[in-house]
Design a protein around this ligand. Structure first.
Ligand SMILES: C[S@@+](CC[C@H](N)C(=O)[O-])C[C@H]1O[C@@H](n2cnc3c(N)ncnc32)[C@H](O)[C@@H]1O
Length: 667
């Protein structure tokens, strides 16, 4: 991930660095030694005391960062959670019915129990931290208890996943050691944990007519409970009750009653509030009566409006416009909201097609409370194609002059430093033995967004990452999308960008603002980039800084560091490639000695610029600056650098231009 400079620098003492590596290595070695050994049964009472105490401590603590074996303390006192990456395993992609039940006593250490399922019950509180949550679960058949740890996830309805219910089915359970060396069931992929709500189901002793009657009665009661929950903003509870109502009617074969339309319409409303646009649209469409009878006119208007709002949330402005138009027609034009939204959808379509935005209006509407822009993406003058050496890249389909806007794109997902969702962790990658800052909060938000909007999975999972995971296919099992979380982490690492300069003041290394822009993510790096990115709210603006002709590849710079060694190392570590642009080739040919000399002179030039005011500078100071320019120039071979920028000169030359202006023509 590339970030704003100040936000990406984290400080770790050599001791902390060594402690994190050792903790992970020791755990991995112990896991290898224990692999395949039978699980040792645990004292349920002792587990109960531990989890109760831990949950009390977590509730009382001001910080949600767990003081675990891997937590890294920053020099400035900010604690950062840390975890190991690179030990990827695939999520289960079978339905529950295709898995064979097992018990806790069959668990083996350091084993993924492929093809098996554990059904367990939670009778204990959940201990919740930023990076993980854990609880104690019981096997009802044997009374045995075990620790269950979940890494990084919330439920699709916004609750902590472990708190979304009391009965879990754990698909293909993974039994391992945590960083403290305790044996635990560990869930990384949220679809591997299915929360099973107890449903009373249909009463089989009733005759068909009575079954339907009882189901309708129960559904009405569930709707009332859902409405009460909605009124008090308990969205997850409201969603659960409406879903139970729909399920109970479907199980009893009731399809033609008004109550089912009400339940779908109300659930569409809840889904809109939770930004679950896929289900919101499907619900709203299912809520349309399709009878044409007058008594449904107002309700059908509502359903169409909600379907339009969901399509708008998905960025499907044509479809949204069509829904709003129908909503308006149903009330013969007397619907102010539908009218306003129809206008908004039309404006979004114009932005999408022409790239004409009202930037000054957008700017005035932005604030820390509302940093996300209501605007469409415009990237129709670019296309994604294969490049000879850098995978896929972004290419121009028309000419651009310097300063011209190439594309505008709203973030697929962004977290701002001032939002709780923004937090950085330290990731120790066991594949290349490197420790990096990692936008864990962004990854968590992305997994949540993908679970809520499965239609977005293929385009996100098509982004570049080293780990292939499940690829870009959308797989639904037991009603949930299967998401390979390790694939998400890898994609975020290779495609995430910080919003530099830092967007809001209260931002530092532990909570840097970061995001993903899917189309712009295909833009490859060049140190001689022909475009530059800028941000307005969550919108990324890419502008030409060189003339670009139709068919040219568009590039921007991932790293502006002038020093060749530092830049090459950072491109390798953060992005995994060696840049072979003409500038890097020339600098590589210079050799170590010349590069070192130039770097020393550059540092002198930086000091000089910082220590001397350009405006009104004395003649002698200007002479000094010119000498520095000469010395830097002498490090550049005329022939090798023909047509290439001399980057070490940039600062001092700008200083000279400003100073020269004050000297009234003295050269
Ligand atoms: C944000 S993605 C860019 C799109 C990517 N090329 C793709 O195929 O999807 C970043 C990755 O692209 C590749 N890349 C970008 N610029 C490159 C360059 N100048 N040379 C080689 N690889 C590059 C690296 O693998 C890098 O991690």
């Amino acid at each position: 991930m590339a970030s704003s400079k100040q936000a990406s620098t984290f400080y770790m003492t050599p001791q902390e660095d060594a402690r994190i590596r050792n903790t992970v290595k020791t755990r991995r070695q112990r896991c290898r030694n224990l692999a395949g050994q039978p699980r040792e049964s645990k004292d349920a009472q002792a587990l109960h005391s531990t989890v109760t105490m831990a949950s009390l401590m977590a509730d009382m603590s001001a910080s949600s960062i767990e003081d675990s074996a891997l937590t890294a303390n920053q020099h400035r006192g900010d604690a950062m959670p840390a975890f190991a990456v690179g030990e990827a395993y695939p999520p289960c992609f079978l339905d529950l019915d295709d898995l064979k039940p097992m018990t806790l006593s069959e668990l083996q250490m350091e084993t993924h129990h492929r093809g098996r399922v554990l059904r367990l019950r939670r009778e204990e509180p959940v201990v919740t931290f930023k990076a993980r949550s854990w609880t104690v679960v019981k096997d009802q058949s044997t009374g045995q208890a075990e620790r269950l740890e979940l890494v990084l996830h919330k439920s699709e309805l916004g609750d902590e996943l472990l708190e979304a219910g009391k009965s879990y089915a754990i698909k293909e359970p993974y039994f391992t050691l945590n960083d403290e060396g305790e044996a635990t069931l560990r869930v990384d992929h949220p679809s591997d944990l299915v929360v099973e709500n107890e449903s009373s189901g249909a009463d089989s002793s009733l005759t068909n007519g009575h079954v339907a009657e009882a189901a309708v009665k129960r559904a009405i009661a569930l709707k009332t409970r859902g409405n009460a929950a909605l009124k008090s903003q308990e969205l997850a509870e409201a969603h659960t009750r409406y879903t139970e109502g729909i399920q109970c009617l479907q199980d009893s074969g009731v399809t033609n009653k008004d109550i089912i339309l009400d339940l779908y319409r109300n659930r569409a409303h809840v889904n809109l509030s939770l930004q679950r646009y896929d289900e919101a649209k499907a619900d709203a469409v299912a809520a349309v009566s399709k009878t044409g009878a007058d008594k449904y006119t107002a309700l059908d208007n509502k359903a169409h409006f909600r379907a339009g709002a969901a399509a708008y949330g998905q960025g499907e402005y044509n479809e949204a416009g069509a829904f709003f138009e129908t909503a308006l027609e149903l009330l013969e034009g007397a619907d102010k909201d539908a009218k306003a939204f129809l206008r908004r959808a039309d404006q979004r379509l114009r932005e999408q097609e022409t790239g004409a935005y009202d930037f000054s209006r957008i700017k005035t509407l932005l604030s820390a409370a509302r940093p996300r822009v209501d605007a469409a993406d415009h990237y129709s003058d670019t296309v994604i194609k294969d490049t000879p050496t850098a995978g896929r890249g972004l290419f121009a389909t028309k000419d651009f002059e310097p300063g011209e806007l190439i594309l505008c794109e709203k973030a697929f997902c962004v977290v701002w430093g001032h939002e709780l969702a923004a937090w950085t962790s330290i990731a120790y990658d066991v594949r290349d033995d490197k420790i990096r800052g990692f936008p864990a909060g962004l990854s968590k938000a992305i997994v949540q967004k993908l679970r809520n909007n499965p239609s977005q999975i293929p385009k996100f999972m098509d982004l570049y990452g080293d780990y292939a995971g499940l690829g870009r296919e959308l797989i639904i099992r037991d009603g949930q999308p299967v998401i390979d979380v390790f694939q998400v982490l890898d994609i975020v690492a290779r495609n995430g960008f910080g919003l530099s300069p830092a967007a809001y003041k209260d931002e530092n290394v532990t909570n840097a603002s970061t995001g993903i822009w899917i189309h712009a993510a295909y833009t490859n790096h060049s140190c001689l980039a022909n475009s530059e990115k800028d941000f307005m709210g969550d919108m990324l603006l890419l502008r030409a800084i060189q003339p670009i002709r139709a068919g040219d590849e568009i590039t921007h710079s991932y790293d502006f560091t002038p020093d060749y060694e530092t830049r090459a190392a950072s491109l390798k570590t953060t992005w995994g490639f060696k840049c072979v642009c003409a500038l890097c080739v020339a600098e590589a040919e210079d050799g170590v000695e010349i590069r070192r000399k130039r770097q020393e002179l550059l540092e002198d030039a930086v000091k000089f610029v910082q220590g001397n005011e350009a405006k009104g500078a004395k003649r002698l100071t200007i002479v000094k600056a010119r000498r520095l320019v000469q010395a830097i120039n002498a490090t550049y071979d005329e022939k090798r650098y023909e047509g290439l920028p001399r980057t070490a000169l940039l600062g001092i030359e700008t200083w000279l231009v400003v100073a020269g202006k004050g000297l009234n023509g003295v050269t």
